[in-house]
Design a protein around this ligand. Structure first.
Ligand SMILES: [Zn+2]
Length: 470
């Protein structure tokens, strides 16, 4: 039988505010355990939370970046549960009236564009962190408790592991552009839960879903989805029922394990937090936040397409904010988008795969681009100079002199190479004259070789044609 997989994601993203969501404690990863805590974030009796305005603004920015409607009024609720990483025994979250609703994220898998709808984005606080020492003991660090978090909840629009990863990549990249989070999965600032069910393709009834918690790499998400869809199909084919439950994915052994039966929202006894007033945001405030958002990848891509770049190249450049910022900076020195894009995509990105640090300052690259654009050196020589610049840190102009790469544009000198190429290659000349026009390519190659790559190929081409047609 054929099955469809139905996936919804819940993505938690920590916001990069200076302080926590409801107190003045520092929001800083990696500090001494339990050094950033106070009676409010630890939930001492009588301590009162004060909402961090920046956290609300960041959550609204996320909503706007993902095409959500922003609710003018939203409410904080208490989600009650006991767990050792939650000293208050409740988490301040949002259920009935979240800040943002009804957005979408566009993805593209195998050239097929698809909109993944968002149900909501709400603001809540993070819990502390349990650290298992590996010999049976567990300690807890409450520094993370109270750190502002947005939860991004999709509709069940995702139908494969590939789509889930494409969604997460698009989400992560756009958030990085807005600057509201550092989206470091390895530090836990972006985490993902997967809700998954399968159903026979011809059925309209959704299957029973399971939830896999806290996946913290794209690879883990990909593997967990493939594992879980296979497991559920096998259970169904064996005549078993899928149990609604929460699973923990173990990326080391590549299996999921049952944690507990899945809770519904009523199990958490949500109620409005009596210590916090509803949040009101005016349309003017929303508009002003909208105007504060830097250009997002989708917008930048349109601009780059307008420069005449291919879809592929434009997409590559907006895959990272660092790269598109760099591209824009080089363009501020030299307005040659295509040449700059070629250097970044073919040379800089290649180098960055070997070492993480970009050694080529934007202005330095712009000098090299200028030499290529003015045809003072050939494109091939440009690559050679780039390599040396990266290695030695010398400027493009100095290296062109040192390596003797200045392109030959002198007509007399070029003509001598052209005449020699024609004399030494009678077969190619005969081919050309009998109508095999591509034979000229070989002759151009001979001139380039004789000039040690310094001849201007375009000019050589023209001169050869003129000579051959004499
Ligand atoms: Zn605190």
């Amino acid at each position: 039988m054929k099955y469809d997989t139905v996936i919804g994601l819940e993505v938690h993203c920590e916001l990069k505010t200076q302080t926590k969501c409801f107190c003045g404690c520092k929001n800083n990863f990696g500090d001494e355990p339990n050094s950033n805590c106070c009676p409010v974030c630890l939930g001492f009796p009588g301590a009162l939370p004060v909402l961090n305005k920046k956290a609300v603004e960041y959550a609204v920015i996320a909503g706007l970046a993902f095409n959500c409607s922003i609710n003018n009024e939203s409410v904080f609720e208490r989600k009650n549960y006991f767990y050792p990483d939650l000293s208050k025994a409740y988490q301040i979250s949002q259920l009935e009236k979240p800040l943002c609703v009804n957005g979408y994220v566009e993805i593209n898998v195998d050239g097929k564009p698809k909109k993944i709808r968002l149900n909501r984005i709400h603001l809540e606080e993070d819990a502390g962190k349990l650290i298992h020492d590996g010999i049976g003991g567990t300690v807890v660090d409450y520094n993370r408790g109270g750190v502002p978090l947005i939860e991004i909840v999709t509709e069940p629009d995702i139908s494969s592991a590939e789509e889930a990863v494409a969604f997460l990549e698009a989400l992560k990249n756009t958030i990085a552009y807005t600057g509201i989070s550092d989206v470091k999965m390895e530090e836990g600032s972006l985490r993902c839960d997967v809700n998954l069910s399968v159903k026979p393709s011809d059925s309209v009834v959704l299957g029973t879903r399971t939830e896999m918690k806290n996946l913290n790499s794209f690879k883990a998400v990909y593997r967990a989805i493939n594992y879980e869809q296979k497991r559920q199909i096998e259970e169904i084919e064996d005549g078993h029922k899928i149990v609604q439950e929460t699973l923990r994915w173990d990326d080391n052994i590549g299996e999921s394990k049952s944690m507990r039966s899945k809770e519904d929202s009523q199990d958490y006894r949500y109620f409005p937090d009596p210590d916090l007033l509803p949040v009101y945001i005016s349309n003017e405030q929303i508009e002003s936040l909208k105007n504060s958002i830097p250009k997002l990848p989708s917008e930048l891509k349109q601009i780059y397409l307008g420069y005449g770049l291919s879809d592929y190249d434009a997409s590559l450049l907006v895959e990272s904010k660092a790269i598109s910022d760099y591209f824009n900076e080089v363009l501020s020195y030299v307005n040659e988008p295509k040449i700059v894009a070629n250097f970044i995509i073919n040379e800089v990105l290649r180098k960055l795969k070997e070492c993480n640090e970009n050694k080529m300052k934007a202005q330095e690259l712009s000098e090299l681009v200028t030499l290529v654009a003015k045809k003072e050196i050939s494109a091939t020589a440009g690559k050679q100079v780039f390599e040396k610049m990266w290695e030695t840190g010398k400027s493009a102009n100095v290296l062109v002199e040192e390596l003797g790469l200045k392109q030959v544009n002198n007509d007399d000198e070029l003509l001598s190479y052209v005449v020699a190429a024609i004399q030494n290659n009678p077969q190619s000349v005969a081919d050309y004259k009998s109508g095999k026009l591509s034979a000229i390519g070989f002759l151009v190659g001979q001139v380039m070789k004789a000039s040690k790559g310094k001849a201007n190929p375009q000019k050589v081409n023209e001169m050869l044609k003129a000579e051959l047609e004499k």
